[in-house]
Design a protein around this ligand. Structure first.
Ligand SMILES: C[S@@+](CC[C@H](N)C(=O)[O-])C[C@H]1O[C@@H](n2cnc3c(N)ncnc32)[C@H](O)[C@@H]1O
Length: 268
């Protein structure tokens, strides 16, 4: 049977977002690997801040029958999307180990967990030090003594440029649009657009008004919030394929690549 072509009218932007920028299997295996490395035991409880459709949490509870998760987001539309994701991907027992909560990640108090995860640069929404440290302090208070706080960051000189980067997928094109950047405040306005083969578009399907935080600033703020140890993991590069690898390496020095993605891993 011939598949119907995807168009802007028919597309579900949350699914397109997931396909374009998320890889929950990677995230789950990275958390497990790092937790084992630092504490030589299993990570069981996960808090996913800024969870959007809570794809990582649903993968987490699926991965092991003891795993639990709590997913927090400040957008009611995303909370109902997260509930739908859980409904579609999980059985009743798996869903019973997953909590989805509406709330501000910088204030929300819930179960004290093994690992807190903030992915796709979501904490860049906090544009001044006080607000960023408030979020990090809340994460600190919600983490066990032997716990990991994992967050990603991006940078490099291309992050300061106005650009539109297109990635072709099977049924659509994902467009990352760095629309404005202010070097004085490091405020950056980004959008995600989706384009379809029939020339229809979902312009500004997602919009992000962020501060582009630098790695030394983030590390300093984590320390000010109480974290004693902060490690930086840089994404590897495959010279032959001329693209990023799926591996991240703990480093204290690296090349000034034009565009990089890193993980910060903080401990008490
Ligand atoms: C860039 S998306 C990240 C989605 C997902 N974590 C990922 O890895 O793709 C940012 C999400 O953060 C949510 N958000 C923004 N400010 C928030 C806050 N203060 N507390 C909780 N969620 C917030 C938005 O509603 C949005 O769903």
């Amino acid at each position: 049977m011939k598949r119907e072509k995807l168009t802007a009218r028919k597309a579900n932007i949350d699914r397109l977002y997931e396909e374009s920028v998320q890889c929950p299997e990677f995230e789950v295996s990275f958390i497990k690997k790092l937790f084992k490395k630092y504490f030589n035991t299993k990570c069981i409880s996960l808090r996913e801040d800024f969870c959007a459709s809570a794809l990582i949490s649903s993968e987490w509870v699926k991965d092991n029958k003891n795993n639990t998760s709590i997913s927090v987001d400040l957008d009611k539309r995303m909370i109902s999307a997260a509930k739908k994701t859980a409904q579609n991907r999980l059985d009743n027992e798996q869903r019973s180990r997953m909590k989805i909560r509406y709330g501000d990640s910088s204030k929300y108090k819930g179960d004290i967990v093994d690992c807190i995860l903030a992915t796709n640069f979501s904490y860049f929404v906090f544009k001044d030090r006080q607000k960023l440290i408030k979020y990090f302090s809340n994460a600190y208070s919600q983490l066990k003594k032997k716990g990991l706080f994992m967050l990603d960051a991006f940078g490099g000189y291309e992050a300061h440029q106005l650009l539109e980067e297109r990635t072709k997928h099977k049924d659509f094109t994902y467009v990352w649009d760095q629309s404005s950047f202010n070097p004085i405040t490091h405020e950056i306005q980004c959008y995600i657009h989706f384009e379809f083969s029939d020339k229809t578009k979902k312009k500004r399907a997602f919009s992000y008004s962020w501060r582009l935080w630098m790695l030394p600033e983030i590390q300093e703020c984590l320390k000010e919030a109480g974290f004693r140890y902060v490690d930086v993991y840089m994404q590897g590069w495959d010279n032959e394929k001329d693209e990023e690898t799926e591996r991240f390496y703990k480093v204290t020095k690296c090349d000034a690549d034009p565009a990089w993605v890193a993980y910060l891993v903080a401990r008490k």
